[in-house]
Ligand binder design. Structure first.
Ligand code: ADP
Ligand code: MG
Length: 680
């Protein structure tokens, strides 16, 4: 039953692997036998064809059967050792640099028949093989196809093949975990056979075959099983359900000038349903920039307060916290006690607020993530809302949910629309609410592209906008090779614009400290400047209702999702907003597609799907750093169908299978991060 454990052994358990080899492999994140199995052969060398000496071709890797005839061990430095061999058709020299006499005598004993494989040279009218790859008395050991693996600097092909073959020979036959219906889709190939095929040189690059897809499916299934377990463990927690009426919505409606969109209503219902249920909520609210997540969060918060609990609303920056706080102040009934802590809050006040939260004298607290995690204790916390956090990993989310306590519901909000398979991969532990439709008072941002020699047109346009009291974001080239150059180019642009528009331009870039940056942003928000030049992405989520133009230089340097995010900084007010994508001549095909996609669509979810198609999922905005699971084989673009199949299968497992013991090997092997230890 536990024969999978063989694969979790340390590398040094293998014959021929000492500490040195193990260290090299561990540096490549190969820690045990299982990891080794998922480094795939990249190509192979065919050593099956045995030739006679008179058939050899110079430059080809060949295998020959010869008899050792004579040694030459010159005692002069830099002259190689030589072994003269022959078959009935001719002679060939084996030349050794850096090999000792004793060793050579051992592998090539005089007058014995040996098999040698290596690249054929011709030197001074004689065939020779220099430092042969393989020498053996047993020809069957050589006359094979030998795989070539990447990532093996410091380990020879010979050693690596030996290691892999050793594992394959001892590969345990694990009892099947896939259900027959699923297995049938892969023509019933077992895990063991699949792995063996994975290392068969005939199959290199065979990503569509059953054995490969089965292994991909195993991997996705594991990931989803882990998510499912986390979800179940959270759902198991029985909380006191929140009781509330719709009174608050009516009260708030009077204070805001708009109706909720259908999608806002839909997600609010989903959230309210969870709040009012006896299971703990663990939900992600996805919605593009400007889709109106804040109001949804605030209404649901008010419900929780009405029900007698405290609420914490966390944002990544102080400006954002402040914005949320001010909005709540505006729309909440006067009797609701809310407060905000920032780094500027005086210590005395901070203490007071902290005491109030501890004594239930505060209904809702606004602050940054870090403040919450460090300083706050609540007497009666019932709801945590976290804005704009796609940087939390699974473990952090789970910890957060635990910190809130039994009665505390959790809502994460993300303004990064991502493709569906990616959502499954990243947020599979959470329930999902999506706002797709944007408030229709929002005019679509008009998007233009402009070659950068026409900067004067852009300046003219900007001038006109400034005259109508509008503000402008000016995003400077992103040059990946050097942050320093980024800053310089932004500074140059700042100086350039400042000459044209004296005292109306501000700048932020990566070298400016974050509190300094917040100061500049605040001044921009207060309309003390008309143009803000920046390199780094302007803080996600801040509402600058007066900024309605964004100029993006070298737009071809940004990815599609990133451009869409940048564009989302504008168009938050009622005026028509404009995005100008500037570029140098000679755009690549790919860059042309990106720019056209943006001109045609304002739908973040659509754009993210297109982005993933163009770039592959690993490069999508921000997700490289987000600690997202790195699959060994699975690919959310090419294996989309298997992600969807796995999603269905998980639902079936959740409904039909009480015990998960049969998945134990799968989870132990694939989920070595051990997010769930006590599964089975
Ligand atoms: P995000 O989803 O990016 O957090 P916000 O909640 O900041 O979006 O909302 C963006 C802007 O849209 C705000 O100024 C908000 O007042 C406004 N808004 C939200 N919902 C609606 C709606 N249903 N109709 C009109 N305007 C809305
Ligand atoms: Mg927001």
């Amino acid at each position: 039953m536990d024969n999978y454990k063989y694969l979790l052994q340390d590398l040094t358990k293998l014959k021929g692997v000492g500490n040195k080899t193990a260290t090299i492999l561990k540096r490549k994140k190969i820690n045990n036998l299982f990891d080794l199995l998922f480094r795939l052969p990249q190509s192979y060398t065919d050593r099956t064809q045995k030739l006679k000496v008179n058939e050899l071709q110079v430059g080809k890797i060949s295998t020959i059967n010869v008899v050792v005839k004579k040694y030459s061990f010159p005692r002069i430095r830099n002259l190689p050792n030589k072994v003269i061999c022959e078959d009935e058709t001719g002679t060939i020299d084996c030349v050794f640099f850096n090999s000792y006499e004793g060793y050579i005598r051992k592998i090539l004993p005089l007058n014995k028949e040996v098999t040698i494989s290596g690249k054929i040279n011709y030197f001074k009218k004689r065939y020779q093989i220099t430092n042969p790859n393989y020498v053996s008395k047993e020809s069957s050991l050589i006359e094979k196809i030998h795989n070539k693996y990447s990532l093996t600097e410091g380990i020879s092909e010979k050693v690596y093949n030996k290691i892999i073959n050793q594992i394959l020979e001892n590969l345990p036959n694990l009892s099947e975990w896939l259900n027959p219906v699923i297995l049938n889709k892969f023509e019933n190939i077992s895990w063991r056979d699949s792995i063996i095929k994975l290392h068969d040189p005939k199959n290199i690059g065979n990503f569509k075959s059953n054995f490969y897809r089965r292994l991909v499916f195993d991997e996705i299934l594991t990931s989803f099983l882990v998510f499912s377990e986390i979800r179940k463990s959270i759902k198991k927690i029985k909380k006191k359900n929140k009781k509330f009426t719709n009174k608050n919505i009516l009260a708030i409606k009077k204070k805001i000038a708009f109706d909720l969109t259908n999608d806002q209503k839909k997600v609010l219902n989903e959230i309210n349903y969870d709040l009012a249920s006896q299971s703990k909520m663990f939900r992600i609210l996805q919605g593009d920039v400007g889709s109106g997540k804040t109001i949804v969060a605030l209404i649901s918060a008010l419900n929780v307060i009405e029900s007698g609990y405290q609420v914490a609303f966390m944002a990544p920056t102080e400006i954002l916290s402040n914005q949320h706080y001010l909005l709540a102040k505006k729309i909440f009934p006067k009797k609701v006690k809310i407060d905000l802590i920032t780094s500027k809050t005086a210590l005395k006040n901070k203490k007071k607020i902290q005491q109030k939260t501890e004594n239930s004298n505060l209904d809702m607290f606004f602050g940054t993530h870090s403040l919450f995690q460090k300083n706050m204790n609540f007497s009666n916390l019932g709801y945590i809302i976290i804005d704009e956090q796609h940087k939390f990993g699974v473990k952090q989310r789970k910890a957060l949910s635990d910190k809130g306590g039994i009665n505390c519901d959790v809502l994460l909000m993300s303004a990064t629309p991502i493709p569906r398979t990616l959502t499954m991969t990243i947020y599979g532990d959470m329930d999902l609410s999506i706002i797709r439709e944007k408030p229709n008072i929002r005019k679509e941002v008009k998007t233009y592209s402009k070659i950068d020699t026409k900067i004067n047109d852009v300046i003219k346009f900007v001038k006109k906008e400034m005259q109508s009291e509008n503000q402008i974001f000016w995003v400077c080239p992103l040059i990946e090779e050097s942050k320093k150059i980024d800053h310089q180019s932004a500074i140059k642009k700042y100086e350039f614009l400042n000459r044209i528009f004296p005292d109306e331009v501000a700048i932020i870039h990566g070298n400016i400290k974050s509190n300094e940056k917040e100061k500049v942003l605040k001044k921009f928000l207060e309309k003390k400047y008309k143009i803000l030049v920046s390199t780094t992405i302007i803080e996600v989520g801040i509402d600058f209702p007066n900024a309605n133009v964004i100029v993006i230089e070298n737009a071809n340097k940004f990815g599609l999702s990133q451009l869409h995010q940048l564009r989302g900084r504008v168009g938050r007010g009622e005026k028509q907003a404009t995005c100008i994508l500037m570029f140098k001549s000679n755009l690549s095909e790919n860059a042309k597609i990106r720019i056209n996609t943006l001109k045609q669509s304002n739908d973040g979810f659509y754009i993210s799907e297109e982005d993933m198609k163009l770039r592959g999922f690993g490069d999508l905005l921000g997700f490289k750093q987000s600690g997202i699971k790195n699959f060994r084989l699975a690919d959310p673009i090419h294996n989309q169908d298997l992600f969807i199949l796995a999603e269905k299968e998980i639902k079936r497992i959740e409904n039909e299978e009480k015990k998960l013991i049969k998945y134990k090997p799968l989870i132990k092997l694939y989920d070595q991060a051990e997010i769930i230890n006590d599964l089975v």
